[in-house]
Write a protein that binds this ligand. Structure first.
Ligand SMILES: Cc1cc2nc3c(=O)[nH]c(=O)nc-3n(C[C@H](O)[C@H](O)[C@H](O)COP(=O)(O)OP(=O)(O)OC[C@H]3O[C@@H](n4cnc5c(N)ncnc54)[C@H](O)[C@@H]3O)c2cc1C
Length: 380
């Protein structure tokens, strides 16, 4: 290979890629970051104004160290960027006592000795009375460390700080292919061929198009914002409805939080319905229609009543979903030229800062300081 343009190229500057760029630059690695759009754009998986941060990760107890480390790194990024990138709100995980939300959260909290409180349905009803339709077998786990991260601002901050540390940033640059060659790789863009020793591919929903053979399917996920039906109603703000995930008795999961800015609650639905269908990230399935929120509003009428029957705003986001809903983080085929960071499966933003640090460790052939084996891209 000819002499490289940089040691590493990071393809994709969304949550995972921006954090990887920052952490590589922080470690003194010569790095080029590439994205087809501008940081903080609304076409991938990192838009919509807010992302929940939790450390009692119901998705896998081994995610807890990554979440904790990410929490520290988000604070570090806030300080470096001179911006507030974390709003502490506390968060509540609600559901049937033996359901996956409560059981998963408690398993993670117990394994890592996290500070959480367990409330019975009566206590939840008294503390957060907007959550209605509760039954005696419902339980809530209150996590004081939970909060909100502004994703667009966090991505922009990571890219900006990386650039200040010496990273090259090329936005508006679409990568067409990645060619692995002896001793490195060529990253082919629409205008250029960039020679590097290693490539980090953090292309979100577009990852399978750049690194074939990865187990990812892309789901279309509507995001919706609601106002109270009575415009003069109070008690729908973040204090009254802090970040939550709520498993309902039919197995569907509501998620969201109270009014943060602009008087709107952000609410969504998981694990149910036709709105979450597979989509082509380059296709045109981004128009949001009433069919996208009907199943949500039917359930809100019982679980969080008092809201307008139609959302005030809506958008489409994407989950690149893996079969076990864990990320893809590591070297496919143990290839020394390639690292992938993706397959976020809808719960990755909180971890992105820590993922960036893991990527920087992998690139420098150091052992990551948090467990990552369960996220290896070759695990199937
Ligand atoms: C509705 C919704 C709610 C969510 N809520 C939460 C939450 O509360 N908490 C949480 O932790 N997580 C949450 N998530 C998940 C979280 O947002 C994702 O894990 C995270 O945004 C994934 O980031 P990413 O970097 O993998 O992908 P992206 O942010 O999509 O980044 C991929 C980047 O790659 C670029 N790219 C792709 N192809 C190319 C190419 N060929 N050339 C150049 N650039 C390219 C894209 O332009 C994009 O910028 C949610 C996700 C959704 C959709």
């Amino acid at each position: 290979m000819r002499s490289p343009d940089a040691e590493v190229a990071v393809v994709g500057l969304g949550a995972f890629g921006a954090a990887s760029l920052w952490q590589l630059a922080e470690a003194g690695v010569s790095v080029i970051g590439l994205d087809r759009y501008e940081p903080g754009h609304g076409y991938g998986s990192s838009h919509g104004g807010t992302r929940m941060f939790r450390t009692a990760c119901l998705e896998h107890p081994d995610l807890v160290p990554l979440a904790r480390r990410s929490g520290q790194l988000w604070q570090e990024l806030s300080a470096r960027a001179g911006e507030t990138l974390f709003a502490p709100t506390g968060g509540v995980l609600i559901g049937p006592r033996d359901g996956h939300v409560v059981a998963g959260t408690l398993a993670a909290a117990r394994q890592h000795d996290l500070a959480v409180e367990v409330w019975d349905a009566a206590t939840l009803g008294a503390r957060l009375p907007r959550h209605a339709g509760l039954a005696a077998h419902h339980v809530a786990v209150w996590e004081p460390a939970a909060g909100l991260i502004p994703p667009e601002a966090a991505v922009r901050a990571a890219v900006r700080v990386a650039a200040e540390l010496g990273a090259q940033v090329r936005t508006g640059t679409r990568v067409l292919t990645i060619e692995l060659v002896d001793g490195g790789a060529f990253v082919h863009t629409t205008t250029d061929r960039i020679a590097v020793r290693q490539v980090v591919v953090a292309a979100g929903a577009w990852l399978p198009g750049l690194v074939p053979g990865l187990a990812v399917r892309v789901l279309r996920v509507p995001i919706t914002w609601f106002r109270p039906a009575d415009p003069s109603a109070t008690g729908y703000d973040l204090a009254a409805v802090p970040v939550f995930i709520r498993e309902l008795d039919d197995g569907a999961c509501l998620w969201g939080h109270g009014a943060h800015t602009g008087g709107e609650l952000k609410l969504g639905l998981e694990d149910v319905g036709t709105a979450m269908r597979t989509m082509d990230p380059d296709g045109d399935d981004r128009r949001v229609t009433p069919a996208d929120w009907r199943e949500l509003t039917d359930r809100l009428a019982v679980a969080l009543p008092g809201l307008a029957p139609e959302p005030s705003r809506a958008a489409v986001c994407m989950y690149p979903l893996t079969p076990d809903r864990q990320f893809l983080l590591g070297r496919p085929g143990r290839d020394p030229r390639l690292v992938v960071a993706g397959g976020d499966s809808g719960h990755g933003f909180k971890h992105a800062a820590g993922v960036g640090e893991v990527v920087a460790d992998l690139v420098r052939r150091r052992a990551p300081r948090v467990p990552v084996a369960f996220m290896h891209p070759d695990r199937w």
